[in-house]
Design a binder for this molecule. Structure first.
Ligand code: PXG
Length: 466
């Protein structure tokens, strides 16, 4: 068994790549192709920048994977972890015990969430938070004497994680094809993607039509059988799909009409990303239950949470007995200490209002001004520090690239080679930079993005993509 890394403390990028190819299975990756090319080795990071093993500096337009909201290398977060590791590196929150970091974090989350989301259940990943929501809302309805309310309604092209429950609830066709059978009692409705699917409808009419799809589905399966509707305020991994303004209020009206619970999956939208603490506040609805992860700790340590409104919590607490659910690392003290410090910094530095009033509007305006007329760019949508750019074959006739033309990946690779991390979701390019990014750094992202769109356009024109 080769043991190159341990045997050679001064591992080089090549030895790391070799060990990676031999032993490391990467998520959402064609390992065969990766092993031929070799993985890019990221060595260190500071602020909004990463450095790879060739010494190349990359500006991180994705905040890691939509999570490093405060940027890299924040000493306060490092100290919070270090101090907590010295005091109490681990203890569980099962069996009638608690500790200060988990308790104070629960209180802090209750303070920053809107409405009566006053009760917090911890886990370690967004996927676990989604599983928790599914189990909790079904359990809630059983306690309410309606065990038949089991159906969860999600949406096409939604992403809710990679466990069997998350994959089932999400609307990613590629995930549905593998590792099934999927969870039962899950239904999906169309996504509110106006530019891609709105046809000749006005944005407003399309918003109503997409919400009406929920009412139709509720009536189709029977209102008494539905536990909850689950949606991301803005679909992230789906390509940053910003719904029409009237969509969420209409969804809320329909859910209230049929007494269907609303779950907001805030794993990406939470903690300032859209210019409010939570995406539901940007889009005008009040969820009964919320999942959060990523920006909760700025990605420094894995931690997620479910914020539960009074309605569900009161039933669980008063009538539930034991809730037979939880994880070894629910409320992990070190992750909780980092998340607590992260929330403190977000508040102290007024990061959410910086996104709402300063950097978010600047980012959105610059994107539109400087990329909006690019021949490859069909449409730009976004809110706060989230943006999605639809790459199209022809702007005027709104002709999309076919599914076999991987123009997004070509553009992403140009970005990598030119010092920018911009992710492709199919043929949509997406950006989600750290919330502490400066205007000059936004300019740098947009300069590089423009250059890479030009290079991609040249590839299209030269027939390299077909
Ligand atoms: N809900 C939402 C809205 C997410 O974006 C999850 C749940 C699952 O979280 P965990 O921590 O279990 O990964 C996510 C995660 C991508 C990408 O390629 C997006 C996510 C994860 C991995 C890749 O954009 N989002």
């Amino acid at each position: 068994m080769p043991n190159t890394i341990i045997a050679h403390p001064e591992a080089t990028a090549d030895t790391i790549r070799a060990a990676d190819a031999a032993h490391h299975l990467h998520p959402f990756t064609n390992s065969h192709n990766l092993n031929i090319r070799g993985a890019r080795v990221i060595e260190r990071a500071k602020g909004v920048y990463l450095w790879d093993s060739d010494g190349e500096r990359l500006i991180d337009g994705m905040a890691g994977l939509w999570c490093v909201n405060l940027g890299y290398g924040r000493q306060e977060l490092i100290d919070a972890a270090h101090n907590q590791l010295q005091t109490l590196p681990y203890y569980n929150t099962f069996f009638q015990t608690t500790h200060e970091p988990a308790t104070r974090l629960a209180q802090a989350i209750a303070e920053v969430t809107p409405g009566d989301l006053n009760h917090i259940f911890f886990a370690s990943s967004g996927s676990e938070a989604i599983d928790t929501i599914i189990r909790m809302v079904r359990h809630y309805w059983a306690l309410e004497g309606k065990p038949y309310r089991k159906i969860l309604i999600g949406r096409e092209n939604a992403y809710h994680g990679s466990t069997i429950a998350g994959a089932s609830l999400g609307g990613m066709a590629g995930m549905h094809k593998q590792g099934g059978p999927l969870l039962s009692d899950i239904h999906r409705i169309r996504q509110p993607y106006w530019y891609g699917e709105g046809g000749s409808m006005s944005e407003e009419a399309f918003g109503i039509a997409c919400a009406k799809a929920l009412e139709d589905k509720i009536l189709e399966v029977g209102p008494d059988n539905v536990a909850a509707f689950v949606g991301e305020p803005v679909q992230g991994a789906g390509g940053v799909i910003v719904p029409p303004e009237n969509y969420w209020p209409e969804i809320q009206r329909i859910c209230r009409k049929y007494d269907v619970l609303i779950a907001s999956d805030e794993v990406i939208c939470g903690f300032g990303r859209t210019g409010h603490w939570f995406g539901c506040e940007s889009f005008g609805f009040q969820p009964d239950i919320v999942s959060m992860a990523k920006g909760l700790s700025s990605g420094y340590l894995p931690i997620s949470a479910v914020a539960v409104g009074d309605r569900i919590a009161n039933t669980l607490i008063k009538e539930g007995g034991d809730f037979n659910h939880g994880f070894t690392y629910s409320g992990h003290p070190v992750a909780a200490a980092v998340a607590l410090e992260n929330i403190r910094l977000l508040r102290e530095e007024n990061v959410v209002s910086y996104v709402a009033n300063t950097i978010g509007p600047y980012f959105q305006a610059q994107l539109r001004d400087r990329l909006g007329s690019h021949p490859l760019c069909g449409h730009i949508e976004g809110v706060g520090l989230l943006a999605g750019i639809a790459l199209v074959k022809d702007r005027d006739s709104k002709t999309f690239f076919g599914p076999d033309t991987d123009v997004g990946t070509v553009c992403r690779d140009h970005c990598f080679r030119n010092g920018l991390i911009m992710r492709a979701c199919g043929n949509r390019m997406v950006l989600s930079p750290p919330l502490v990014i400066t205007p000059a750094q936004v300019d740098e992202i947009i300069d590089k993005a423009r250059k890479c769109l030009d290079l991609t356009y040249a590839d299209v024109k030269n027939g390299k993509l077909f």
